[in-house]
Design a binder for this molecule. Structure first.
Ligand code: TXA
Ligand code: MG
Length: 344
């Protein structure tokens, strides 16, 4: 069969058929980088056991060297290759939530390159719920370290197009597959302390984890805490669109009045406003997707932010959502993207 040699600025564009996945696996085995789809966002993968390959991830993304990566496995049994100690809570959670958007922080096994953990003695690990990702990990025969496949500080990629926008010419290959179903990253849960702590809210809700664990689960950074953040990634301003994003908080009716007033006054001045909200469908130059449920908001959020950047939007207004279920993760990302919160 003829091999595809479509390259975009030197980056090989691969299909998601078995032959292409086998080719991607070879690239990983050779110490190079491949972006691949998962159910959350596209990841930028390298062999987690190869220090030089892992270093390339940091360079390609422009990622601060103290921000650790998540390791991806294809079967729960592979957990003992990645974690030095497989805690009982991890076995129980893996059984219930894998494959799926839950990354567990555990002590790191020696086989895993220290660079993956960026100086920590722990490692985050998950089994993604995506056949292409699982086939790639199996074919590579090695756990794959993968952060989101975006340039640092840009919204995470939920389609291969986003990956190319940020990384074409900086990585070896991209697997071209469909859009990511969840659209927000995994929940990062630290199991190494005396109590489980959510370091980053994501695809598995706090409520579901509390039910599974039978105890309350703290969300790091939700309340004022002192000391250094336990998840180094959380200290950086993430998910930043180019236009300033203002988050509108307060009772629903007042939020909406304020949004309408700001949109009107900006339009009078010839400014283009983008609105992330469930109520102004089709306005603001048709940019607003139907975002009435947290799941829909999650699936569309990063795509909407990138679109607004492309269309030269001057100001983004985002409406707060309830912090229940996936809403906690959505609000976490919106707060990080916002330059300001307006309370009405
Ligand atoms: O859904 C996802 O998690 C995606 C897909 C590709 O799996 N990956 C992803 O990776 O979002 P990244 O690198 O963009 O975010 C990883 C987060 C960061 O906030 C990082 O600080 C935290 O996980 N993290 C990774 N290893 C850690 C560790 N050992 N201890 C504490 N936090 C850790
Ligand atoms: Mg990321």
């Amino acid at each position: 069969m003829a091999r595809s040699t479509i390259r975009i600025r030197g980056t090989l564009l691969l299909g998601d058929d078995k032959a292409s996945i086998a080719r991607a696996a070879k690239i990983i085995q050779n110490g190079s980088l491949v972006a691949f789809p998962t159910e959350t966002v596209y990841g930028l993968g390298a062999a987690a056991t190869d220090p030089e390959a892992v270093k390339k991830i940091f360079t390609a993304k422009g990622r601060p060297s103290d921000n650790p990566l998540i390791v991806h496995i294809a079967e729960p049994e592979q957990l003992s290759d990645v974690a030095g100690q497989v805690l009982p809570a991890a076995v129980m959670l893996a059984e219930q939530f894998w494959p799926g958007p839950l990354s567990l922080v555990l002590p790191r096994a020696e086989k895993i390159a220290a660079e993956v953990s960026a100086g920590l003695s722990t490692v985050a690990v998950r089994m993604p719920d995506h056949e292409v990702a699982l086939d790639l990990i199996r074919a590579a025969g090695v756990p794959i370290a993968a952060p989101s496949a975006n340039r640092s500080g840009r919204p995470s990629p939920t389609s291969y197009i986003h990956v190319l926008e940020d990384l074409a010419g900086r990585i070896d290959a991209v697997i071209r597959s469909g859009a990511c179903l969840i659209g927000l990253e995994s929940t990062v849960l630290d199991l190494t302390g005396s109590r489980p702590v959510i370091l980053r809210p994501g695809g598995v809700s706090r409520e579901r984890l509390e039910t599974a664990l039978g105890c309350r689960v703290i969300v790091s950074g939700l309340n004022k805490e002192s000391g250094r953040p336990r998840s180094p990634g959380m200290k950086y301003r993430h998910y930043a669109p180019r236009a300033p994003l203002v988050l509108i908080a307060g009772p629903e009716s007042r939020r909406r009045l304020l949004i309408a007033a700001i949109v009107e006054s900006c339009q009078q001045k010839g400014l283009h406003v983008g609105v992330l909200s469930s109520f102004i469908k089709g306005s603001a130059r048709g940019l607003t997707p139907a975002l009435s449920e947290p799941e829909q908001l999650a699936a569309n959020l990063y795509q909407a932010l990138r679109q607004m950047d492309k269309r030269g939007i001057d100001l983004i207004l985002a409406e707060e959502t309830e912090i229940k279920g996936l809403g906690l993760a959505v609000m976490n990302r919106l707060r990080k993207a916002a330059i300001r919160v307006l309370k009405v």
